[in-house]
Design a protein around this ligand. Sequence first.
Ligand SMILES: [Zn+2]
Ligand SMILES: [Zn+2]
Length: 329
Amino acid sequence: MFPWNNSPTGKPQELPVPLSTIPPLNQESYTSTEQSDPHSRQSTTMRVITLFAVVLPFAGLIGAIATLWGWGMSWVELSLFCGMYLLTAVGITVGFHRLFTHRSFETNRVVKFTLGVLGSMAVQGPLLKWVACHRRHHQHSDRGEDPHSPHNNAYGVLGLVKGFYHAHVGWLFDGERFSAIRYARDIRQSKMLHFVSALFPVWVVVGLAVPTILGFFLIGGWKGALLGFIWGGLVRIFFVHHVTWSVNSVCHLWGSHPYECGDESKNNAFVGLISLGEGWHNNHHAYPTSARHGFYWYQIDISYWIIRAMALVGLAWNVRTPDNLAPSR
Ligand SMILES: [Zn+2]
Ligand SMILES: [Zn+2]
């Protein structure tokens, strides 16, 4: 048993989760708040843009497979893919998730800006909307207000397929609204983070331009630029998308559930590995404000290693882990 867990039943302690300070939803005030919040609208135009954001990376993957026959793949394309994957995935896991949503550590403005930009390049929506959506997920996990629970009261194999589809990608299109005013007030109050969030389309373009330009110079010519765009841009976005979405779908369906925390979150080792530690999702739901998601040495948590490394060189401090999180009562 963990030293920080003083419950004989294995239930986690009540923790000072910042989300608990968010008042319960009042439908009237929620709706009126939404109307004045440009970050929460899900218009038809936005759904079309979302469709492109989902389909184009898949088309890029098909194109990349096609280029393997004629052109093969060099170390440059592989490096562009891996490098851009790591940078933008860290932007999501260390930045959007553990820093901005859960405030599990503190850092300086330069690191905040950098992580905000890198996370935006992952093409998962503006920072404000991402944080609001994820805080709502924690507040209502696997209940009606959860934006992307796979548990939708349907039964049988068809219900499982429907639930998986909804949690993985379907929820992006169902017009769900996330009040940034209600759920991401702290992010809105930071001029810099508001700026990063508002310039989301710019960061997406930068995230595609960087591997394209590197491909032009390192591989050579327009063919090199195209390969850089496909591998470091579209294919990389495809994998960052589906790995992140697997945390929402797979990690609320399959895996171990050592902590009873009122939802269906699961620890899944495979997702844990490819998502840089986010797959230890039951641990995370039990201790949401912890910077550490993998609690044992074999629970590989690369994002926490990065935070630890940042702390060693003075770029992160007040790093919260389960054994230094004080119970709220
Ligand atoms: Zn979850
Ligand atoms: Zn979380």
